[in-house]
Ligand binder design. Structure first.
Ligand SMILES: [Zn+2]
Length: 138
């Protein structure tokens, strides 16, 4: 997924924060991602598997519980990387390595949807907790 497309998708989802997504939103999403990824992302959101981790210094990242383990999603890193978003899951890493920074996995999409619907659990992390988390995931 190109960064510009990611921005379009993010903007489309951001138009009605806190509400359920309507058919128009779902159709918009289907234009960008496969039905499999979309259904998997909605499943993650339905199960409340998206945690927003508030970091020292005001930044945040997300922990998404997948089928077998949890993954870390970061958004808004355009200034640091050609990827507008990243995920620590094997699918994202393999796709990025093979096709370049153009993919969106179900975890990133789940974060975007959960943000749009205000279906996030927020948790503050101090530096020690952040270090422990990164050690587990990276
Ligand atoms: Zn992922």
């Amino acid at each position: 997924m190109e960064p510009a497309v990611y921005q379009l998708l993010n903007t489309a989802l951001a138009t009605h924060p806190g509400k359920e997504l309507d058919d128009e939103h779902v159709q918009t999403l289907r234009a960008f991602v496969s039905d499999n990824v979309l259904l998997a992302a909605f499943d993650i959101v339905d199960k409340s598997f998206v945690n927003k981790l508030n970091l020292p210094g005001g930044r945040s990242m997300f922990e998404v519980q997948g089928a077998t383990s949890a993954y870390i999603v970061t958004l808004g890193i355009e200034s640091l990387s050609p990827c507008p978003a990243s995920c620590t899951c094997p699918s994202f890493i393999h796709s990025t390595l093979s096709t370049g920074p153009t993919v969106m996995c179900k975890h990133i999409l789940a974060v975007l949807i959960a943000q749009s619907m205000s279906r996030l659990t927020e948790k503050g992390l101090d530096l020690d907790e952040l270090c422990a988390l990164l050690k587990d995931h990276l």
